[in-house]
Write a protein that binds this ligand. Structure first.
Ligand code: PLP
Length: 383
């Protein structure tokens, strides 16, 4: 039998999705994989049914239905203050997952280096490897998950082609300050590096923190590929609608990658989400307020366990320090916790550079009843 490609041996299966399967096997509450356990807004579900009835069953325009690109352009203009040319500067993808790999394949050649903060969302290193590039990790130091400017500079000086910025950050919940983003921007300028952003949690930010769109920093629009999706904002992780926004010359290349990878996201759903993009500002305020309440429920139980955790500034994950349990392997701890406590976490090592195994990640994109049930079980972890 011939051998499968070397690139597929260079990364493993998703630990997050694996922990979801372990949760099901042990009938545990799944706080591992990040998806809400509630339905999207009723108006959005109705819009999907309407799109089906309106015969939207065939391929949409490969780079995204024009109505959707117009609505995304208007949304981006509202959020960033900049004009967006929806005709040339956007490509609609199958979620941010596709947006990120399209962005990486668009800018990277085999042998290039891609900078990532560690901890990072696990897709990025696989995306880099699939693009023929080598990931270069720059630590965000726990428990506050800040970078050391000298370490960041060393990575840029080592010859990066692109730097990936997840903001607000999964898994550590950081919302980078304008000053931190300016430091990254200055290095991108100095070393002539592309910046690929993943801003899927742009609307899940807790006061007083505020999301700054990286492309709005002076000089950055021309070198930034901004990726995001509607998965998290409208609780439709299964609909698979995302996008890349970048200058027209970059998007012209990205559209080819997208076209040959997937042709396009589901046509009826592209039409349906236009309804969501027209929701009033109060929708976004309520979304963030709802997540802030969920965060506080989970944190109130963690407070009672006495375990240390990092208070999330954005996104819907919390990193918890499990070192008091003395496990040599966080993976072993995560399996034990799923089996014996009945709550499934993700072992932190799946997000970090090798060697870090003191953390688990819990997500709180769950109904209050689910979080209270999980919280009661977590009390058994009390130290
Ligand atoms: C940081 C980050 N990016 C991308 C994704 C995937 O987004 P999408 O559903 O749009 O593919 C996730 C999902 O958990 C995520 O946390």
């Amino acid at each position: 039998m011939p051998r499968t490609s070397q690139r597929t041996s260079a990364f493993g299966e998703s630990v997050i999705r694996e922990m979801s399967r372990v949760a099901t096997r042990h009938h545990a509450i799944n706080l591992a994989q990040g998806f809400p356990d509630w339905d999207p807004p009723a108006a959005l579900i109705q819009a999907a049914k309407d799109a089906m009835d309106a015969h939207r069953h065939q391929y949409a325009v490969t780079w995204g239905a024009p109505e959707l690109r117009a609505a995304l352009g208007a949304k981006l203009t509202r959020c960033t203050g900049g004009a967006v040319e929806a005709e040339r500067e956007l490509v609609v993808t199958c979620g941010a997952t596709e947006a990120m790999i399209v962005a990486m394949m668009t800018v990277c050649d085999p042998g290039d280096q891609v900078g990532l903060f560690s901890p990072f969302y696990e897709n990025y290193s696989a995306d880099a490897i699939l693009s023929g590039a080598t990931p270069v990790l720059v630590p965000l130091h726990p428990p506050h998950y800040r970078f050391d400017p000298a370490e960041l500079r060393r990575a840029f000086a080592g010859g990066l082609k692109a730097f990936v910025l997840c903001n607000p950050s999964n898994p550590c919940g950081r919302v980078f300050t304008r000053e931190e983003l300016q430091q990254i921007a200055a290095l991108a300028e100095e070393f002539d590096v592309f910046v690929i952003t993943d801003e899927v949690y742009e609307h899940i930010v807790y006061a007083p923190h505020r999301h700054v769109y990286f492309a709005t920093l002076p000089g950055m629009a021309q070198r930034t590929l901004s990726c995001s999706s509607l998965s998290k904002t409208f609780s439709i992780t299964g609909w698979r609608i995302g996008y890349v926004h970048a200058p027209a010359e970059i998007i012209a290349q990205a559209r080819k990658v997208h076209d040959f990878l997937t042709v396009g996201a589901a046509a009826p759903l592209q039409h349906a989400v236009v309804t969501a993009l027209n929701f009033p500002p109060s929708y976004y305020e309520e979304l963030a307020a709802e997540y802030a309440r969920s965060r506080d429920v989970l944190l109130s139980y963690l407070d009672q366990t006495g375990l240390n955790y990092t208070r999330p500034e954005g996104a819907y994950f919390v990193m918890v320090d499990i070192s008091p349990f003395g496990y040599a392997s966080d993976v072993e701890f995560a399996h034990w916790m799923t089996r014996e406590i009945g709550v499934a976490p993700v072992p932190g090592s799946s997000f970090f550079a090798p060697g870090e195994n003191r953390y688990i990640r819990l997500n709180f994109a769950k109904k209050p009843a689910t979080l209270h049930a999980a919280g009661e079980r977590l009390l058994k972890l009390k130290r």
